[in-house]
Write a protein that binds this ligand. Structure first.
Ligand code: AKB
Length: 320
């Protein structure tokens, strides 16, 4: 078989995960082989400077087909989505963007002979009827947000395209992702990024979740590693074609505040729960990722205190 040079498209490349994943993929595959694409122009100078950028809208299948014709992509990472908190403000738009966007990518991948697709799912696929401790890979789901419903349906479509068309699509159920390079946009777990930014700037933080709301979270280097490890695993090791549970750590707002106070003792937090509390209360507190560990050797590296030290150091370096 003729060797096909890898050509990778990252859709949603300006987002919290996309901006860091794009840079990692460029170091792995070569800068000119990874095209960053988004509906927004990048604010991150390194993203624009380090390789090609294309403006695209996942709701415009013609524009995406034209782009694919120019680049001959072998892999697509489709990260564009409306997250849980924003999704509740305009549920129909969230459904349209999350579902139609996925269909456009899956159909494009089939039409253009793309060999691999990555699509993120979320712990939001679980709902109030799900066991909240050590949530298993296969369990009751019944999500309560439009974001969760779209991710659960999307998982089933990914498995369907794999079974029906042989498309090698892989997916992770990310917990809340925490990083210092970009801001998250519209999730329920965003407080866990905002709290570090306030603490690093020497400011107090008002949290929109109750102090003992435990949620599964993951530090960005672990999330990037999980994504690349999954995509590089041999296809014979992939037993889950919906989406894999992956776990990093779990903590509550009072525990993250205590972790910050070990380094910045004067840091102050207050609690003022809003509509996001109900979303958080419907999600698991801890996740079992046994299947990911068995299938492709998943193992997180960071715990809460290691993440806190790294986040604060990097955010303080970024201060003007
Ligand atoms: C959100 O809070 O909506 C996301 C997620 C858990 O998928 N961070």
């Amino acid at each position: 078989m003729a060797y096909r040079r890898e050509m990778i498209l990252v859709i949603g490349a300006c987002g919290q995960l996309g901006s860091e994943l794009t840079l990692t993929l460029r170091t792995l595959y070569g800068a000119d082989q990874v095209v960053a694409a988004d509906i927004f122009e990048p604010k991150q100078a390194d993203l624009l400077a380090s390789g090609p950028f294309e403006k695209i809208d996942v709701l415009d299948p013609k524009g995406m087909t034209a782009l694919a014709a120019r680049y001959n992509f072998t892999q697509i990472y489709h990260l564009a989505a409306v997250l849980s908190a924003t999704g509740e403000k305009d549920p129909k738009f969230a459904w349209r963007l999350n579902m139609d966007g996925l269909f456009h990518v899956l159909d494009l991948a089939l039409a253009c002979g793309v060999s691999q697709v990555f699509w993120p799912s979320s712990i939001a696929v679980f709902g109030p009827d799900t066991p909240r401790q050590q949530t298993p890979q296969h369990t009751v789901m019944n999500p309560s947000t439009v974001y969760g419903i779209s991710k659960q349906a999307g998982e089933q479509w990914c498995a369907y395209y794999f079974k029906k068309h042989g498309l090698d699509i892989r997916s992770l159920r990310y917990p809340g992702l925490i990083g210092y390079k970009s801001l998250p946009g519209g999730g329920t777990t965003d407080y866990a990024v905002d709290i570090y930014r306030k603490a690093a700037a020497g400011k107090p933080f008002e949290c929109y979740l109750h102090q003992d709301t435990y949620l599964p979270m993951m530090y960005m280097p672990d999330a990037i590693k999980a994504t690349i490890d999954l995509m590089q695993a041999p296809a014979r090791n992939i037993s889950i074609r919906e989406s894999y549970n992956v776990s990093g750590m779990s903590f509550s707002p009072s525990e993250i505040a205590a972790s910050i106070q070990k380094i910045l003792p004067s840091f102050e937090i207050a609690y003022n729960p809003d509509y996001r509390q109900q979303i958080a209360d419907s999600w698991p507190q801890t996740i079992s990722d046994q299947v990911a560990r068995q299938d492709w050797g998943w193992q997180p590296a960071y715990d809460l205190d290691a993440m806190t030290a790294d986040m604060l150091e990097n955010l303080q370096q970024q201060l003007p």
